[in-house]
Design a protein around this ligand. Sequence first.
Ligand SMILES: [Zn+2]
Length: 194
Amino acid sequence: MLLHIDEDTIIELAVLVGGENAGKIMKNLLKKPGITDEELSRILQLDIKEVRKFLHKLNEQGILHYELAREKETGHRIFKWYVSQEQVTGFIITNTKKILERLEERLEYEKKHQFYWCETRGCRKLAFEEALNNLFKCPICGKLLQPIDNEDTIKAIEMKIAEIRKHLEQISKVKKVAEEPLVKEKVKAAKHKK
Ligand SMILES: [Zn+2]
């Protein structure tokens, strides 16, 4: 079980790191922990070299780790791949915090500034200083700029921030609970990295 971060978020993370195919690989890894590169290649109908390239890319980011095993009959080496739960959670928390920071900056900016707009669709809003520099005429269409009410924008940002904060709290709580049994796995993973 992969904590309580929904699988879509984890797949999105993989896509972000390695593109669409990395996302497909992640989807299969979540379904079947310990899946091998051969199996992935067969399921996704991707060249094994391609599959390995994506696996290693995700491994470099610490999102995946592998266990080395040997096939009983042939003695061939097999790589079994797993999602590194704690790492994934950490990654998502860090990224969510970054988004939160950006939104808070945006909120601060919206609260501090008066905006102006020519009311022409496709033309952008201008902050007071910029509107002043353009003598309150739109730099694109030339129409007179009118002050606009950004109450709605502020409310929308505030709602989004509250939503993200709640989400972040939930992830952090689950992470704490999950850290205990994960220690063992982490040691195992570290050993295989060497
Ligand atoms: Zn305009």
